[in-house]
Write a protein that binds this ligand. Sequence first.
Ligand SMILES: [Zn+2]
Length: 300
Amino acid sequence: MTLNRREFMVTSSAALAAGAFGPSFVFAQAPAAPPATPVFTAVRRNVGIFTARGGTMGYLITPDAVLVIDSQFADTSQMFLDGLKTRTPRRIDILLNTHHHGDHTGGNKVLRPAVTKIVAHQNVPALQRKAAAAQKSEENQAYADETFTDGWKASVGDETVSAKYYGAGHTSGDAVFFIERANIVHMGDLMSHQRHPRVDRPSGASIRNWLTTLERVVKDHNADTIYIFGHSKVGAPVTGSGKDLLMLRDYFSSMLDYVQKSISAGKSAEEIVKGSVPGFTDSEGTPQLQVAYDELTAKV
Ligand SMILES: [Zn+2]
């Protein structure tokens, strides 16, 4: 007997209801992640963004030089490279990594043959090595050739691109990249829009310093600056303004206030993590209240 799809599903449901397959069958049928759709979007003055899966990539294409920010994953970085080749005959002069996480550096090795040099904050290679060792993915990594501590600057065609380190935030190795004439800032994962941000405390993250970093970044730029966000809620834009950064500042302020007041009221960590961030219950994902608790109760 041949079944069409609908009949098969009905039959399967009936079989499941009868317990014919057992609970493991249910998990085996979990849908796979949807395939990534590569999208290049022009932002302003030779600068664009690439989205597929993972952290938003940035690129600057000039007749004399090409710069790329972050590399997502191995498969999506190949999609990026294929699309880039239709936009410029040039190699990539510089690949910048905003931080070490695998959804921002996982494509480094794929891009490596097309890249002259990879640049990141000095804490990035060690954090990347540690994460790769934990995931047994050492052979899939490519690391920065050049690192910086407080800042870095380079001429890229008719542009000037600079990096600034504001201290610990999402990790202890986040850099903010500024493409000056375009007036575009790539925030990496220091910016998570309408989505509960990940705070990677084992990698040296600091919510308190992240909060002030967002204010400092906004002060260092102007009302016309366009910011590229590492991640946004599904369907929400991955670029925006300083107001969006200050909204994330307010999120952290609300989070720390809620957790600190709960600690002062004698609540346990178990009770506190069941709560939410007041004013930000529409954000996508789960708030990292345990991390906030750990930071606020840490001895050092
Ligand atoms: Zn990250």
